[in-house]
Write a protein that binds this ligand. Sequence first.
Ligand SMILES: Nc1ncnc2c1ncn2[C@@H]1O[C@H](COP(=O)(O)OP(=O)(O)OP(=O)(O)O)[C@@H](O)[C@H]1O
Ligand SMILES: O=P(O)(O)OC[C@H]1O[C@](O)(CO)[C@@H](O)[C@@H]1O
Ligand SMILES: [Mg+2]
Length: 460
Amino acid sequence: MDLSISSPFRGAFPAPTSTFILNPKSRCSHSLNFFKHRNSYSKNPLFSRQKIPIRAQVSDPAVDDGFVIDDVPHLTDFLPDLPSYPNPLQNSQAYAIVKQTFVRPEDVVAQKIVVQKDSSRGEHFRRAGPCEKVYFKSEEVRACIVTCGGLCPGINTVIREIVCGLNYMYGVDDILGIQGGYRGFYSKNTLILTPKVVNDIHKRGGTFLLTSRGGHDTQKIVDNIQDRGINQVYIIGGDGTQRGASRIYEEVEKRGLKVAVAGIPKTIDNDIAVIDKSFGFDTAVEEAQRAINAAHVEVESVENGIGIVKLMGRYSGFIAMFATLASRDVDCCLIPESPFYLEGKGGLFEFIEERLKENGHIVIVVAEGAGQEYLAQSMQGIDEKDASGNRLLLDVGLWLTQNIKDHFTKERKMAINMKYIDPTYMIRAIPSNASDNIYCTLLAQSAVHGAMAGYTGFTV
Ligand SMILES: Nc1ncnc2c1ncn2[C@@H]1O[C@H](COP(=O)(O)OP(=O)(O)OP(=O)(O)O)[C@@H](O)[C@H]1O
Ligand SMILES: O=P(O)(O)OC[C@H]1O[C@](O)(CO)[C@@H](O)[C@@H]1O
Ligand SMILES: [Mg+2]
């Protein structure tokens, strides 16, 4: 596993994460180039990356050690005369340690931690964290936060920590909540967010700001940002949301506005390239154990018990796979990345029969995106999309249940006991656990440091 992105807290101050850019155009910072979807990353032009070889450390210009930085944009790229100020954290007793831990422009995080002795240095990202110079005075900042897409444990913690981070670390007290996703910019009133208002929200699931799919109108959103005098925009959401954030950043740059756009990646499916784990994933895997345990208890207590648990995972089976590995009660895990078939030698039916003979029961975990090709064949013509344009998946759990029942009762004339559990929303509509809370805090604070330092168009 690549552990390059998130670092543990050091002392009273969280060590910086690294970040990636929202947009291929770039300069220095600490963020990733807007969000890379694990499966679509290389195919989607949005995610194509500009590689900027840096030779700063190399004294002999003839030496090319293959160091590449996937850099992020900065406000001074299009507003070259912006003044900078010393980071106010230096003056705070509570953050005295920060003086030794400022992130320097040369600090980067390697994408790969396993390399060969003679391989080139490879791809790197800006390291996130507090910088010596900031490009906003505290009293000048008017920030806003928006949440889009599906739910995920920890969204409220991220909201809370952006508000508290801005206020406690940088003295910012003008923070607005945009309600109901992107469309909330132009169709709803804003909420005033203070540390007091958000104090307890991390104990609740969901999003305090409400969310939605669809409704991204770049022009209207940026008009609204401009009209309201907002100059820092924090956008929490998945791959679609980060694409939308990229559009906002491009429009802001086109209009020459001093507005920092920062993305915080959210996805329960853990389908982001570059990072190992998205926030809320741990919590979801933990909650999935309850469904798997229930399935196991049920099928262990009957003859020929077949338990099926369907878990989220549209294009990637991380939740299903991790929940399976953690549980040890699962016999078979079906994920979108790995094709399977039902009939014949090596097929699922054969495997189930073997297990029933051997153990008297079987537990199968299936990710929602697995086997969609079969469902599409059997239900031709159904091609529904959600408001954001994501294809709505057909229910693989029901399809599997029906096919297994038909096979064993009709063809094999065997009596089976089928138990189908679909805990879909239960694993994401819960508050984040302790370790996700810390991770959410790290991401939120890193986004705040990045925006204060003038970086923009990045996903932390
Ligand atoms: N290419 C795009 N350009 C602009 N906006 C987009 C784009 N794709 C999606 N969006 C907007 O982003 C928001 C969220 O998108 P979507 O519903 O796909 O969820 P997501 O962010 O991918 O989260 P998740 O899939 O994890 O639930 C929606 O408001 C949608 O209109
Ligand atoms: O029903 P909703 O809220 O649109 O979201 C369901 C989808 O959102 C996700 O949780 C995240 O993309 C998927 O796993 C799932 O398919
Ligand atoms: Mg998505």
